[in-house]
Write a new protein. Structure first.
Length: 109
């Protein structure tokens, strides 16, 4: 394959309708239901093609675990169904990421 310099690559991409833009980001946070991925000083590129925008994030990140939100009603339900005390029910719910059925099943084994 022939090497292509950066200028030629940008020109070819522009001809194909693809535009790239560097974004000066200080921090990017991606949140899931159980954790946050925190990128400090990442390299972020915005790519636009055919009316669709996408972002590329490159860099080192830290993982921050998020404790699930456990309601008192969920704890009571697990306590009743599994016939356990409050502390055991709450711990099982946390380990099951708030999934009531999974917590009850683990406690009934």
């Amino acid at each position: 394959m022939f090497p292509i310099n950066a200028k030629q690559m940008k020109k070819m991409m522009k001809q194909m309708g693809i535009e790239m833009e560097e974004i000066e980001a200080k921090e990017v946070i991606i949140k899931t239901s159980t954790e946050e991925l925190i990128f400090k000083n990442p390299s972020v590129t915005k790519i636009s093609a055919k009316g669709v925008e996408s972002f590329q994030v490159v860099g080192n990140y830290e993982i921050l675990r998020i404790a699930p939100q456990i309601s008192d009603e969920d704890v009571k339900l697990v306590m009743e169904q599994a016939k356990v005390d409050e502390e055991t029910a709450r711990k099982a719910l946390i380990e099951a990421n708030g999934d009531i059925a999974e917590a009850i099943m683990k406690l009934q084994k």
